[in-house]
Write a protein that binds this ligand. Structure first.
Ligand code: HEM
Length: 907
């Protein structure tokens, strides 16, 4: 498989002629027959039409052997995806912290993409560990700083101590010149958008109300997301549902984002406030004030205000000259990630000294997190509630204690409690083994005395706490990679691709071959100073052994030598942090329903007993729901309900009307979905079409392109799409195009000419303002998606790049995934999804023999009452009562035993 990929890779020398996910007619025919050929002319990637990339209907018929065409389809899709990843690594890394000129030009004869150490990633003198890592000399982390994940995230990369730590700058995935289009700083941006854009133009609240609002058949039963008194089950809020993804998955991704990034500090932004729209609309392409009648009809609020987002730097960015061109060395404005960028479970364990104070340890065993009993509830207990001396934003009073407490509702409460229990399960198992074999070598080593064996009995509570954290963080990364994502992108190529990222394409038990490939990758490509080899081939070869554990099998491993401990990481020449564009595509608020279909496990899980408004569980109100109803009931509630589709007209009503006591405004309310648009504009995210071009996807040429070319004329879907297109035209408008204006240098036309304002339409004609569409609007408007995709292809391409970088860059997922750091028990726990040997799932779901999934194991271990409910569950993020049917079915049918489930009635 690896060699097939290598043979076929064709990476362009410069960014303009990108792959765009489009193959030749012959290739399309070979991989997907007439159907794949039929859709080649659309803007959307070709691989989704290949054989085997969908459900049963995508499997080939009429061949002597259908197996081979299906393989060609699926392997073809994987090749396209790999090619996209290689291109993305080559063209889409833009660090904001000053390293970009070196990346672009190279340093001391080494190509930029092979650079591994940057002075911008040094600790500053004010950092308490400054001296320990080497002060103003060469900096290298050592001693206790390299043994665990540190609170602030320093020393993950031993030679770049500050990388990924709290407060480092967000990166970009787009050329700096294309960011902040509203500022019109260059000719391309001016040509692209004229003077049509500003922070509140087009009006974000108008966009929210016209394009995002969930349409209700019975508004009285919904009450704008507030439901009916006493959580009556008669309440009803319509939303579009994804049949293959549950509400637990929605909360999972919020839980993840709280680990990865935040623009806010302690739940607030700057002290200065600003307007948030509900002010203007376009009439015949001219901006006009809203009338009181308009405001009433829209239901927006001109008196809402929000605190301005933080900006780290807004002075003119430095530039450098390369060839004939002057380039920006960073974006016109930068923002700091106040969280650690590492996948380190910092939402649970904290990310700086203040947040660490919110993490409560059990005084009876300080290796454990504190859990307190809740009246009438079985099990190991619940997180304690914040006390008066805890450092919290006053709005968080009454919440259960955690590192990252912002925007808390019952789903986050459930996941924080679950993983606190899992932490304690790791500690308990370690203590059990330590009690039975106290003198055994636990595998851990201290770099200060690397030869000295550390026995189970020698491990201190503080050390065990950190070991459990390492294990929990790795379990979370594993769940996300091989369980959550394959359900988010529910098809065969992505199942294989994600398992490949983790275990390697050679399979979970790749054995010697996998180890050998890992050696090849690390020893040859990791060290290479040839940029092309170091970045492009590295990621391809890494598909062989998998990213996880890369570099951890190297012979002669020495914990005192960064060559080994740090040797498996690869930043591809650009220090790791999330880009602003990543935050943008994770604004996934439509996933959340307004009402939760509450079920009681002991009574009858098939019955919806109550409909609880999510907003009634906001902040401290979650606690009593969590602790009186209990983890098991919340498990079945979140596990069975379908989440919201990421599409237009599907944002939660309660988020459009969210009351937030901290806001210094007349209304003390905010439309969070309008705010999503405003924040993206503040952060300078390019608008949708340029965003796609920057990521190497094909541009759209009018709003009509959003419609699914496969949707049959006259059907409700098609009519709805046409309606959305009309609204987009109304909100964003049209203009008379000027073919003399070049609007981008990210791509070129097929004939090699530059792309101009007319996007292929005749000069001087009225064209859609497709260039102005906000990215968060555009990705929700993509009606054409690969089979089983809960996100759009534009969101997905951002993910391809950053999801693998998040693994490639992290020492604890690559070369430091070793017993010396995790203990033997820890390594086995991560590999086997818990204590003891690996457990295999029944049957061969979608044709694969697979282990019992990591999230299912965690649920079973820590909420054992769920065992009967989970018996039929293969993937914990697939609605628990759904019959998975045959090959990647998206059907909404009950599994045996759930026939009477209320959610299958009247659907
Ligand atoms: C369930 C209830 C939720 C509530 C009450 C909520 C509330 C909020 C609020 C108020 C903000 C704005 C912060 C600001 O910029 O001032 C925000 C931002 C955000 N939300 Fe949510 N949210 C919820 C669920 C989710 C979910 C399910 C996701 C899925 C990933 C999500 C992802 C985000 C992201 C990525 C941001 C931007 C954060 C940043 O800029 O650092 N939220 N949310």
């Amino acid at each position: 498989m690896v060699s097939d990929q290598l043979r076929d890779l064709k990476i362009p020398a410069n960014r303009a002629p990108r792959f765009q996910g489009k193959v030749s007619q012959a290739e399309a025919l070979c991989r997907g027959g007439a159907r794949a050929v039929q859709f080649r002319g659309t803007p959307w990637v070709d691989w989704s039409n290949y054989w085997g990339a969908g459900d049963m209907s995508s499997l080939p018929t009429g061949f002597i052997s259908t197996k081979l065409p299906a393989q060609r389809g699926v392997i073809g899709a994987l090749e396209d995806l790999e090619l996209q990843r290689v291109e993305l690594i080559k063209f889409n890394l833009f660090d904001n912290s000053g390293t970009y000129p070196d990346y672009f030009q190279g340093r001391d004869g080494v190509s930029g993409s092979a650079l591994k150490v940057w002075q911008q990633m040094r600790l500053q003198p004010a950092n308490p560990s400054y001296k320990v890592v080497g002060g103003d000399g060469t900096q290298a982390c050592k001693g206790d700083l390299i043994r665990w994940r540190t609170v602030s995230g320093i020393c993950n990369d031993i030679l770049n101590p500050a990388m990924g730590s709290s407060g480092m700058l967000f990166a970009r995935n787009v050329e700096f010149e294309s960011s902040f289009p509203d500022l019109g700083l260059n000719e391309l941006a001016q040509n692209r958008h004229g003077s049509r854009l500003s922070l509140l133009q087009p009006d974000p609240q108008v966009i929210s109300r016209k394009l995002f609002t969930r349409i209700q058949t019975n508004p009285d039963k919904c009450q704008a997301g507030y439901g009916l008194p006493n959580d009556s089950k008669d309440a009803s809020c319509d939303y579009k549902k994804a049949p293959f993804f549950n509400v637990l998955a929605a909360y999972w991704i919020q839980f993840m984002t709280h680990d990865w990034f935040s623009h806010l500090e302690e739940g607030h932004n700057q002290s200065q406030y600003m307007d948030v729209g509900c002010q203007t609309k376009l009439v015949n392409n001219v901006q006009q004030p809203l009338t009181p009648e308009d405001i009433q009809a829209l239901g927006c609020r001109p008196d809402d205000r929000i605190d301005k987002g933080y900006v780290a730097e807004d002075n003119a960015p430095p530039t450098f000259v390369s060839g004939e061109k002057t380039r920006l060395a960073r974006a016109p404005r930068t923002m700091a990630n106040t969280n650690t960028a590492w996948w380190d479970a910092s939402q649970l364990y904290g990310f700086d000294d203040t947040s660490r104070l919110r993490v409560k340890r059990d005084p009876a065993d300080t290796a454990k997190l504190l859990l307190v009993p809740a009246v009438g509830q079985p099990g190991p207990g619940y997180l304690p509630i914040f006390g008066p001396n805890d450092p919290i934003n006053p709005e968080w009073a009454g919440q259960e204690a955690s590192g990252f407490p912002d925007n808390w509702t019952i789903g986050l409460s459930f996941l924080h409690n679950l993983f606190a229990r899992e932490h304690n399960s790791v500690v308990a198992e370690f203590r059990r083994v330590a009690a039975s074999t106290p003198d055994a070598d636990c595998g851990l080593r201290d770099p200060a005395q690397p030869k000295q064996i550390i026995h189970y009995r020698d491990v201190t509570p503080d050390q065990l706490f950190e070991i459990a954290r390492l294990v929990v963080a790795a379990e979370i990364a594993k769940i996300h990679t091989i369980e959550w994502t394959p359900q988010l992108l529910y098809n065969e190529p992505l199942y294989l691709g994600m398992n490949g990222n983790w275990f390697g394409l050679l399979g979970q038990n790749g054995g010697l071959l996998s180890k050998a490939l890992s050696d090849i990758v690390v020893n040859n490509f990791g060290k290479s100073t040839d940029a092309a080899k170091a970045s492009a081939w590295y990621s391809v070869f890494a598909s062989g052994p998998g990213i996880f554990g890369l570099g951890s099998h190297v012979n002669g491993y020495d914990i005192t030598n960064p060559k080994y401990t740090n040797g498996g990481v690869n930043h591809f020449g650009s220090p790791f942090n999330f880009p602003e564009e990543f935050v943008s595509v994770y604004r996934l608020h439509p996933l959340v329903p307004d009402l939760l279909e509450y079920r009681d496990l002991k009574d009858d899980p098939n019955k919806i007993a109550k409909r609880i408004p999510v907003v009634e569980t906001f902040q401290g109100k979650a606690t009593s729901f969590s602790q009186t109803m209990g983890m098991a009931n919340w498990g079945v509630t979140l596990g069975r309900q379908r989440l919201g589709l990421l599409t237009l007209h599907n944002s939660p009503l309660f988020l459009q009307n969210l009351k937030m006591g901290r806001l210094d405004s007349k209304t003390q309310q905010i439309d969070v979905v309008a705010l999503d648009i405003i924040r993206d504009r503040e952060h300078g995210v390019p608008r949708f079409n340029e965003f796609r071009r920057q990521y190497g996807l094909r541009q759209l040429t009018s709003f009509d392109d959003f419609m699914d070319p496969g949707a049959a004329p006259g059907l409700p879907d098609r009519l709805e799409q046409q309606d959305a297109v009309n609204t987009l035209r109304e909100v964003y408008g049209q203009h008379v195009c000027d073919a003399s204006k070049i609007i981008t240098d990210a791509q070129i036309n097929e004939d090699g000419s530059p792309i101009n304002d007319c996007l292929g339409h005749p000069n001087g004609t009225l064209v859609d303002n497709i260039e102005d569409v906000d990215t968060a609007v555009g990705y929700l408007a993509e009606y054409r998606r690969p089979h089983g995709y809960a996100i759009s292809e534009t969101q997905f391409v951002v993910f391809i790049l950053n999801a693998s970088r998040r693994l490639f860059s992290d020492r604890f997922f690559t070369s430091s995934f070793r017993p010396e750091f995790y203990t033997k028990l820890g390594v086995d726990w991560v590999n086997n999804n818990g204590p003891g040997p690996e457990q295999l799932e029944k049957g061969t779901p979608n044709g694969h023999k697979q282990p019992v999934s990591p999230m299912k194991r965690i649920l079973l271990r820590n909420i054992p009452e769920l065992a009967p409910e989970l018996d039929n569950v293969i993937n914990a993020f697939d609605p628990w009562a759904r019959n998975r049917g045959q090959y990647y079915s998206l059907g909404w049918e009950p599994r045996p035993g759930a026939e009477s489930d209320d959610s299958f009635k009247n659907q």
